[in-house]
Write a protein of this length. Structure first.
Length: 329
């Protein structure tokens, strides 16, 4: 556990019942507390927490004067989220901010009264956590990434990068209902582009060795990885495998490109976390989550790792490089 230099208390959850550390100077009892719940480790996710805090500062909030913000990390063990959410409820936070649909669901199971703001995560409507985007209707609102709707674009981009690809493997977490819908959508896109898509499923961390063995035997032309907490948590393992197999890969979040993956295309998690601060601001000023429409990303980022393309012997078309929001050298 550690304290940030600006006084915000960050909890590195090393045990299922871990809670926040006590500070030498406790804030006033009536100061609202914001709990940030994340299934990932602090090492993987603290950047997004910091972006959320920056968003609050941009709105005029000073930590320790106007509010207290605490982060609870499950350290890559999603089964801990229920206990962490219950701890946040017991500590009577004013708002719970969640990173990821699994964290959001854990929070909803812990409380039906404390406002919950999803900073990043899957489709809240498909998950059954809100009634509609325009009128959530309960205690949950926030930002919802619609990966299902852009799955076809990812197939198109991967086909543009690897024109000879006729068989693309899709690595995805079959334990996530939203990803099942996304898999169906990319299948349709594959047919439209004349590409055969092969499903390679994982459901937990112990499934990757089997999945990699399947991919090695199948020898696809490219790999599309659908992102959720499980695959993002194991992104370096996935990227290392793809690199060893000389397998061009596209995923959904920038972290895969930063780990050495060829390309990513998806909503900016940084922008989403910054935007989540505006929801907290409105709720602290009296707005109800039920009345705050769920927002979807309007901009999607294409990130290309040029070094990986060169290592794979790929000459990417110029229009793809021009279209990219960022090219990692």
């Amino acid at each position: 556990m550690w304290r940030s230099p600006v006084g915000c208390l960050v909890v590195l959850t090393l045990s299922i019942l871990a809670g926040p550390l006590a500070t030498d100077a406790q804030p006033p009892e009536n100061m609202p507390r914001i709990g940030y719940l994340d299934g990932r480790s602090a090492a993987d996710a603290s950047h997004f927490f910091d972006v959320f805090r920056q968003g609050l500062r941009e709105l005029g909030y000073v930590e320790g004067q106007h509010l207290v913000v605490e982060a609870y990390y499950a350290e890559g063990q999603p089964e801990r989220l229920a206990a962490l959410a219950a701890e946040l409820v017991r500590s009577q936070v004013a708002v719970i901010v969640t990173a990821g649909l699994v964290a959001t669901r854990a929070a909803t199971q812990a409380t039906t009264t404390i406002p919950i703001v999803q900073a990043q995560g899957g489709d809240l409507v498909l998950a059954g956590l809100v009634a509609s985007l325009a009128r959530p209707g309960g205690n949950v609102t926030g930002l919802s990434i619609q990966d299902v709707e852009v799955g076809g674009k990812r197939v198109e981009l991967l086909k543009a990068a690897v024109p000879h690809a006729s068989r693309i493997a899709v690595l995805w977490n079959a334990a996530q209902p939203a990803k099942a819908l996304e898999w169906q959508q990319v299948q349709e896109a594959g047919r439209a582009f004349g590409v055969t898509l092969d499903s390679v499923e994982v459901r937990g961390p112990h499934d990757f060795d089997r999945a990699f063995a399947t991919l090695t035997a199948a020898r696809p032309d490219a790999l599309l990885t659908l992102s959720d907490n499980l695959t993002v948590r194991h992104r370096r393992q996935i990227v290392d495998f793809a690199t060893t197999q000389r397998l061009p890969m596209l995923s959904e979040v920038k972290e895969f490109a930063e780990a050495g993956g060829l390309m990513t295309y998806g909503g900016s998690l940084t922008a989403l976390n910054r935007r989540a601060a505006t929801y907290v601001d409105k709720i602290l000023k009296g707005a109800k989550p039920a009345d705050l429409p769920v927002e979807q990303p309007t901009q999607f980022e294409l990130v290309i790792t040029l070094k990986t393309a060169e290592a794979l012997g790929l000459v990417l078309p110029q229009h793809l490089l021009v279209f990219a929001d960022e090219v990692i050298q």
